[in-house]
Design a protein around this ligand. Structure first.
Ligand code: GLV
Ligand code: GLV
Length: 323
């Protein structure tokens, strides 16, 4: 009997046809994201799952699926998956590192520039017809903060953090970084997290969301940030205390923020960050280019095919299941 794999979203590219040479493939066609109830139902009897970061793969779901042998997520982050529950069953979890590094670093820089130079606020000002002779160019009109020559603090010096640092070098920035396990990279000064927050004009987050990093930027650490600093988050919302960040931005202690990820997604309309003019927001689009999303889909399918062939996934989060 053919193995069965469930895919929770239609994928870009055509690698999915490759997958169907190795198993029966069933793809959720929407509309919209699959609900937890539908996911459980569709997965019943499946050998494998290709999921998105919007699917919650928790302990209960895994326990309800005795036939399941692997999970492949089309994402680099895997905080939506209970990795320990999979490992306990000897089940590999695939993800898609590498291919989204430059694209996500571009997004971080886009948000940093937009937040510092008030690009979105300025766009709205013009479109709303507020640009009138009485309210026009003046020495202090829409003044913001220089990115060029500033000090950038990178929290999490993995591949994405290093790609952001390369861009910062082109902007003549001084680059500081903190990484949980100290990492030496030429041109980047390795410092403690507290020192990074004290010294940086811009702070960009590039750590994975884990038990160790949840709430890493809490009220106390936000209070350490340099007055007038700008925070950029393209990693995960749960790393930051959103309420504390919103108060620091509302009081002017921090000058701006660029936020692509939220603790709860889609973000609630009453999230305090959304009412602040000095916050630029985006709906979790860090890796959203045609080419990168196609590469991520290809990697997710490659991981699934390897699992179906009884081989090690090329990009496995928990390779200890193979030993
Ligand atoms: C995006 O946030 C990802 O984890 O791929
Ligand atoms: C995180 O995914 C990183 O590579 O920095």
């Amino acid at each position: 009997m053919n193995k069965k794999v469930f895919v929770t979203h239609q994928l870009p590219g055509d690698r999915i046809h490759e997958l169907s040479r190795f198993c029966d493939v069933n793809v959720w066609m929407g509309p919209g994201l699959i609900s937890a109830a539908n996911l459980r139902e569709e997965l019943s009897g499946c050998d494998g799952l290709v999921c998105m970061l919007t699917d919650r793969i928790d302990r209960d779901l895994v326990a309800a699926l005795p036939e399941l042998t692997f999970v492949s997520s089309m994402s680099v982050g895997v905080d939506h998956v209970d990795v320990a529950a999979l490992s306990a069953r000897g089940m590999p979890l695939g993800h898609t590192p590498g291919v989204l590094v430059e694209t996500t670093a571009d997004t971080a820089f886009a948000l940093m520039l937009a937040a510092a130079r008030r690009v979105v606020e300025a766009d709205q000002f013009v479109r709303r017809g507020n640009w009138t002779p009485e309210n026009a160019w003046a020495p202090d009109f829409f003044t913001g903060k220089d990115v060029s020559g500033g000090t950038l603090g990178i929290v999490g010096l993995g591949e994405i953090g290093q790609a952001v640092a390369r861009r910062a070098a082109g902007f003549g920035m001084e680059v500081l970084a903190w990484n949980r396990t100290r990492r030496e990279v030429p041109g980047i000064e390795s410092v403690s997290l507290d020192e990074l927050l004290l010294r940086s004009d811009f702070v960009s987050l590039h750590v994975a969301l884990t038990d160790d990093t949840r709430g890493l930027l809490d009220a106390e650490r936000i209070a350490l940030m340099k007055p007038g600093a700008v925070l950029v988050n393209t990693a995960r919302g749960g790393i930051v205390d959103e309420e504390a960040l919103a108060s620091a931005l509302a009081s002017g202690r921090l000058s701006a923020a660029g936020i692509d990820v939220f603790e709860q997604e889609p973000v609630a309309a009453d999230n305090p960050l959304l009412s602040l003019p000095n916050v630029v927001v985006a709906p979790h689009i860090g890796s959203a280019t045609f080419i990168t999303r196609a590469k991520m889909a290809d990697l997710a399918v490659d991981n699934a095919i390897a699992a179906l062939k009884g081989q090690e996934m090329p990009h496995c989060v928990n390779p200890e299941v193979y030993s």
